[in-house]
Write a protein that binds this ligand. Structure first.
Ligand SMILES: Nc1nc2c(ncn2[C@@H]2O[C@H](COP(=O)(O)OP(=O)(O)OP(=O)(O)O)[C@@H](O)[C@H]2O)c(=O)[nH]1
Ligand SMILES: [Mg+2]
Length: 359
């Protein structure tokens, strides 16, 4: 009996070994293809990717918080500071953020998760999609951070109209749902304000114009002052509730979208006037190279109607965009990234659709 068993085991081992050899032979011919056009999640050091299943602690807490306010006030810079991670793109141009961006901060020690919505900026040119995104962010949140540039002395007056619209949205929300999103004023860029007494005047002017639920908070998203205090306060503002994502998830954007955003930030830095707003991006290649590096091929598309001059300018500055974007892509994906950009044209149909998103 024992011998029979040993024989069976030996037979199985031989069979298994043969199967392994066959599998290795098969996979060695496919393991290193010249190019694999598969889209894989980022590797180590990369931004986190969502997990389908996770166990949240008992008595978990949650806060949904949106960042709204004038364009260029520093909302995205502040979000990155709160997350201690570069998730949302930042530039000195207006309307850098074009649609609501979700991001998560989880402090397991406090069993608390904060879901952030970084909204596009208000007070720029009237773009209906941007308006809709802002009010949608407010309705989804429990707490709205109204982020304002403290160094802009006219901001209280400029915000009047925006605050009136916000009040109307909150009144409607209360009528429809019986719930009103709470509001707090966040004066950002305090590093630029001197003397600091000006900040008190500004806070007073805002509080006269709008009924905020909480006293004003003052921060500098750039140098980090006040950001830790704001983060702690947000954690305290959470309420018992289920987490939306696993604790290591910072955002839920697919790698292709992350890459497009990083490149878009450099498009904002490299081109002036209307160009950053009319360029669309199309990822045409995502290649896992044999040595583990990543190759990204992307086209920057200009409307067919644009003059040849625009094409020339975009082409001329392409190497600069590549050079600036590569290290940031490498940091995000945790390995060397070879970026190849070319210039193309948007078809008349795409132009007519007027979709602002990455294509
Ligand atoms: N000095 C200073 N500059 C800041 C601060 N926060 C942001 N900035 C700068 O302000 C500019 C706009 O920052 P963003 O974070 O892109 O502003 P935003 O409100 O998200 O802008 P939109 O997405 O266009 O609405 C960038 O050049 C930032 O570097 C700050 O605390 N101090
Ligand atoms: Mg932004």
């Amino acid at each position: 009996m024992l011998r029979l068993n040993s024989h069976t085991h030996a037979h199985r081992r031989v069979h298994l070994a043969k199967a392994c050899v066959q599998w290795l032979q098969r996979s060695s011919s496919t393991a290193h293809p010249r190019r694999e056009h598969t889209i894989l999640p980022p590797r180590k050091n990369a931004l986190s990717v969502p997990e389908r299943f996770f166990t949240a602690p008992e008595e978990s807490r949650i806060l949904r918080c949106c960042l709204i306010g004038p364009t260029n006030a520093g909302k995205s810079t502040l979000l990155n500071g709160l997350l201690r991670s570069s998730v949302s793109i930042v530039s000195e141009k207006i309307h850098t953020t074009r649609e609501n961006m979700l991001a998560y901060l989880t402090e397991e020690k406090y069993k608390t998760q904060v879901q952030f919505i970084d909204a596009p900026g208000a007070l720029g040119p009237h773009i209906p999609a941007i308006r809709r995104a802002i009010w949608d962010a407010v309705r989804r949140a429990n707490l709205a951070l109204i982020v304002v540039d403290a160094n802009d002395k006219h901001s209280a007056r400029q915000c009047e109209q925006f605050l009136l619209q916000l009040e109307a949205v909150l009144v409607d929300q209360e009528k429809e749902t019986g719930r009103r999103t709470q509001t707090v004023l966040v004066l950002n860029k305090v590093d630029l304000v001197k003397p600091k007494a000006k900040l008190l005047n500004m806070s007073e002017a805002f509080h006269k114009a709008f009924r905020f639920d909480w006293p004003c908070l003052m921060v500098s998203a750039r140098d980090g002052s006040g950001v830790d205090t704001l983060r702690d306060w947000l954690l305290l503002m959470s309420k018992p509730g289920k987490w939306s994502v696993a604790p290591d998830v910072v955002h839920e954007r697919p790698p292709v979208e992350i890459a497009a955003e990083i490149i878009r930030a450099e498009i904002f830095n490299s081109y002036r006037e209307e160009l950053p707003y009319i360029i669309k991006q199309r990822t045409i290649g995502w290649t896992e190279l044999r040595n583990g590096d990543l190759r990204i091929d992307q086209q920057l598309l200009l409307p067919d109607s644009k003059r040849a001059n625009a094409h020339r300018i975009v082409t001329k500055r392409l190497p600069g965009v590549c050079i600036a974007a590569r290290p940031k892509l490498a940091e995000a994906f945790g390995r060397p990234v070879h970026l190849f950009l070319t210039v193309g044209k948007i078809s008349q149909q795409e132009e007519r659709d007027g979709n602002m998103k990455h294509v």
